[in-house]
Write a protein that binds this ligand. Sequence first.
Ligand code: DAH
Length: 357
Amino acid sequence: MDDLRSKYIDLIAQAADEAALEDLRVQAVGKKGEISLAMRELGRMTPEERQEAGPRLNALKSEITSALAAKKQALTDAALDDRLKAEWLDVTLPARPSNHGTIHPVSQVTEEVSAIFADMGFSVAEGPQIESDWYNFDALNIPGHHPARAEMDTFYMQRKQGDNRPPHVLRTHTSPVQIRSMMDHGAPLRVICPGRVYRADYDQTHTPMFHQVEGLAIDTDISMANLKWCLEEFCRAFFEVDGVELRFRASHFPFTEPSAEVDIRCSWAGGTLKIGEGDDWLEILGSGMVHPKVLEAGGIDPSQWQGFAFGMGIDRIAMLKYGIPDLRAFFDSDLRWLRHYGFGALDRPDLVGGLSR
Ligand code: DAH
């Protein structure tokens, strides 16, 4: 048995790759392997002999099996190390002038939105893209059975086997950053939260990853009138046309009461989209007065404070403003598309110099 042991421990240590390791496994502990055959001999032994040899053989078998597993892991790790070394890349090298890129419309529009709201006293906050279901749902008054959970086509993360806590999610909206901001800063508060969100959806106007910006204003005397002014002011500045007309439509969201969806007046005459004229309406955002339960979840006393919130699709308003017809192209990383729709790196949007130049 000692000979068997030292033979296989040596051979396993020398195995050069996974195939060699598999051969050794078959040779040692496979159905007709040496150790398995030795185990078969147990039947022919006297009970005393068997009592002595049985446990030793079992121990040998499990020692060889763990040695095989450890070597396999070591081989995998070494292969990964080699790959990491081979694929090394110096990202600090200067860009080649012939390949220079541009600022992506999503980045540009995020900057524009931030500039406009900064001018109204809002700061910018960010939150994690992998979110607990409490922040993404419960704290926003979307309990476990609520249909909104199903409607959002949520991507769930996987828990370790045996861990029965609710899984984390890829956040389905930027609204959880409302809760994080309230917890971090308390009231009064004015904040916008731009960032990536995820839903299992894919067509001309939907991609599994897209961008939203959340807005939240909390104070002692805030009403729907403030919300309306704020959004109208934003749209006028953002779309850079004077006669922007908005329509507030009663709606329902679990996290606001009352709730309104906002449409913008537009025209499709001649197949091109024009904002601010015509007889069509395009939905651009959801909004409302923050639900008392949501304030409470954020640690803010609803008998003392109130506020409004809104959530807007960044990609969608980018498509509208810059006439980009297909959302999917946003994320194809096609340089020709970027050169066409992208923005100069030095033209930073601001309200004084102009948003889009
Ligand atoms: N979270 C909503 C969504 O992704 C958008 C939204 C609607 C945000 C109303 C809000 C709001 O803050 O008040 O569909």
